[in-house]
Each structure stands twice: as C-alpha cells, then as structure tokens.
Design a protein around this ligand. Structure first.
Ligand SMILES: *Cc1c(COP(=O)(O)O)cnc(C)c1O
Length: 401
C-alpha cells in the first residue's frame, strides 16, 4: 500500500500544527494582538468574535464553560473566580433595588451573607424559608420576588430539595430558581432537567475534586444567561486560565470519582449507624433519612455498572457523637483522616459545623438543624471503603479510652 503525500510520516516536520494534543494548551496571555484598527474594532464590538483581552474571555475558560454546560445539559455557562463569584454574578445580572429573594433556610453561610447583609446594602430583601414544606415555601413569596435560591443537598443535615416542585411554584410566581448543586455535581443531579432556571457550583469542591483550585460556574438557557457575560467581565468576576485548565482536568474523572465516593459513603453511613458512640447519622441513602424516597427520585442512579444499578446519594455523611465537642476533637486526633473545613477532595476529610460553617448560626437554629459540638461532617473521598471504615473505626475506638 502506498501512502499519499499527505500521509507521508516524514512530511509532518517538527511542529505540531494541526495535530491534536492530548491536553489543551494553557494560554496565559493577558492580551492578543490586533493586526489592524478595523480588526480591533470588529473584535471588540461584541463578545465571542475572538480573544483580545483576558478579562473579557480566554480559551481555557471557554473550554471549561463548554464542559460545564454539557454536563448539565444547559445552553450556556459562565466560569467565575469562585463559587461566591458565581452567586454574585447571578444576583448582579438579575436583581435590582426593591427586589425580593426567597432563600432556603439551609444554605452555605456566605450565601446568606451575600443575599442578606450585602443584598440589604443594595435595597434587596431576602426571606429564609423551609423548602421541604411546600406550603411554607409558597407563603414566602411576595409580588416582588425575583429569585429563589436553594441547594440540591443541604449542609449539614443533607436534606434533599424537591427541585421539580420548587421550580413549578417559582415559575408560577414569576421568579427564577437558582440551584446550588455543589454537594451533588451533575454526576448526581442535573437541576436544569428538573425545571430549574439556573444551576451553580463551587468548582472548588467536587467538580475539580483535587483541592488545588478556587472557581465557580453558572449554567442555564441562553435567554437567562444573556446578561452574564457583561456582568462577569464588567465586575471582574472571571477566572484565570491556569485554574480553568486544572478544573478541566479534574472534570475528566468526575463521574468515576463521584460514583466511587458515593458508593463508599453509603457503606460508611451504614457502618456509623451501627456504632455505639454515634447517636445519629444523617445520610439520604439511609431509610431513616426524611428525604430517602425523594432522594431516589431527584438524585441519579450510577451509570458505571448497568447490571448493578444503585442510587447515588452524595459523598457527604453527617453524624453526631454522644460525647460532644470533646469527642469530636478526640476522633480527629486518633485517625488518619484530616479535619479540613471544606469538602469534595479525592481524600476523605472531616469537618465540624459548629466551629466552622455554622459558627454564626443562632443557637435555636442549630437546635432545629440538630447540630451540636458532637456533630461531625464527613466528606468521603475515593479511597477504598475498607480504608475509610478502618480509619473511622480506629478513631471511634479511641473514644472508649
Ligand atoms: C464552598 C461553597 C460555596 C462557595 O464556593 P467558593 O468556591 O468557596 O467561593 C457555595 N456553596 C456551597 C454549597 C459551597 O459548599
């Protein structure tokens, strides 16, 4: 068989032009040259015509945005410098003075700070409500409600949101529903397919999954995302190329990491539930969890092993130690599992809501959430389930000493 000239292996030379690299280049340039004044004028006229200035858009952010949009089945995505910047961009794009927000009473602490303290400075009002009770939720709306903010899986009780029903009620009231899907990721839940208008994630957590990037994303239909580019570039909320490249690499293993961690989390929850030192376990995969049946509807099944399909219930497990804060400290000191006030890394880690995420929550609310000094939150990683259970067992044994 003779090769045509195009296929002559010696004809390709030493460059790589036109040949596909196994990994996209990282493009750190802050600016791309314009060849003529009319070209500059054309490129700057509207977004998407070509890269000029990094804050207005760069290839690594666009690659990552395409991946996030695809994972969620959404038309458009924006990448931001953090999860908080993602929330800020939605608020800035969709709210104005005199608007009202309905927020779940179980949200990330800084989300409340943004919607309530910062929001109030711009004349935006916010009402917290119990989203697991649809009548209570409905009664929180006002004629000027423009935005609803909920989380797919809440922290630390791991309550699951009835996204489809909440989306219907929000739409009837003329408000947009934003779902913070950080604890689930699109490997476990795709809120847009359940009727949400916008979904955001802190890519810092499970999406990147390797504990080395701070980023956020927002995904939605083109019409809902139309002001996003202007807001992100004008307020300077965009992301840097290297972080985007790293997160793109992390996303390649998202479903593998998430499904492994979710399977282990179920085994870990069952193990903890059988321990004398543990008085309560909150995990949507346990039949004792108030949202167990709902979780099976809202959260996806694993797609890795079609013969053994099983529901995914997330990688987070919250449990309460009988001995309070002292026991929590003792547990942390007696295992190889680190205490990181974050989540979603490849390695399993503990957090302690009362001293970290829920430091500023009023005592009555802590009581309603069922958390005290003995409440420990576990972010299950991708180690073997045997390793995680053994590490936890070692720590729990130390509580008896
Ligand atoms: C971490 C987190 C955020 C904020 O994300 P950053 O990337 O830290 O800004 C928002 N929501 C939830 C649920 C989070 O866990």
């Amino acid at each position: 068989m003779s090769l045509s000239n195009d296929n002559d292996p010696k004809a390709v030379g030493r460059g790589s032009a036109g040949r596909r690299p196994s990994s996209p280049p990282i493009q750190l340039a802050t600016v791309h040259a314009c060849r003529t004044t009319s070209e500059a004028d054309y490129l700057l006229e509207e977004p998407g015509r070509g890269y000029v200035y990094q804050r207005d858009g760069h290839p690594n952010a666009d690659d990552l945005a395409r991946s996030c949009a695809e994972l969620h089945g959404g038309e458009e995505a924006s990448i931001t410098s953090s999860g908080m910047a993602a929330l800020a961009s939605v608020v800035l794009a969709h709210l104005t003075q005199g608007d009202h927000v309905v927020a779940s009473e179980q949200l990330y602490g800084k989300t409340f700070s943004l919607l309530e303290s910062e929001g109030a400075r711009f004349g935006i009002e916010c009402t917290r409500t119990d989203i697991n009770d649809l009548e209570t939720f409905r009664s929180a709306f006002r004629p000027n409600t423009k935005l609803v903010v909920i989380e797919t899986i809440s922290n630390p009780q791991l309550r699951v949101a009835q996204i489809d029903a909440l989306a219907r009620i929000s739409r009837e009231a003329g408000a947009l529903l934003l779902v913070d899907n950080t604890f689930a990721t699109p490997a476990v839940c795709q809120p847009l397919t359940l009727g949400a208008d916008l979904v955001m994630e802190s890519l810092t957590k499970l999406m990147n999954g390797h504990g080395d990037v701070t980023l956020g994303c927002v995904v939605g239909a083109a019409a809902v995302m139309s002001r996003m580019h202007d807001v992100v570039t004008t307020w300077g909320l965009g992301a840097d190329p290297f972080s985007c490249w790293l997160a793109g690499r992390g996303l390649k293993t998202l479903s593998l990491r998430v499904e492994q961690a979710n399977r282990t989390a179920l085994q870990v929850a069952e193990f903890l539930d059988s321990q004398a030192a543990v008085t309560q376990v909150d995990f949507p995969g346990l039949v004792s969890h108030p949202d167990h049946d709902l979780a099976k509807r809202i959260l996806r099944e694993t797609t890795l092993d079609a013969r053994n399909s099983a529901s995914l219930f997330g990688n987070m497990v919250t449990f309460r130690l009988a001995g309070g804060e002292q026991s929590a400290d003792r547990l942390f000191a007696s295992t190889d599992i680190p205490f990181f006030p974050s989540l979603g890394d490849t390695s399993t880690s503990f957090s302690h809501p009362v001293s970290t995420s829920h430091r500023r929550i009023a005592p009555e609310m802590r009581q309603r959430l069922g958390i005290d000094g003995g409440t420990v939150r576990l972010s299950v990683g991708i180690e073997s389930s045997e390793w995680v259970i053994q590490a936890l067992g070692k720590g729990l044994v130390a509580l008896d000493d």
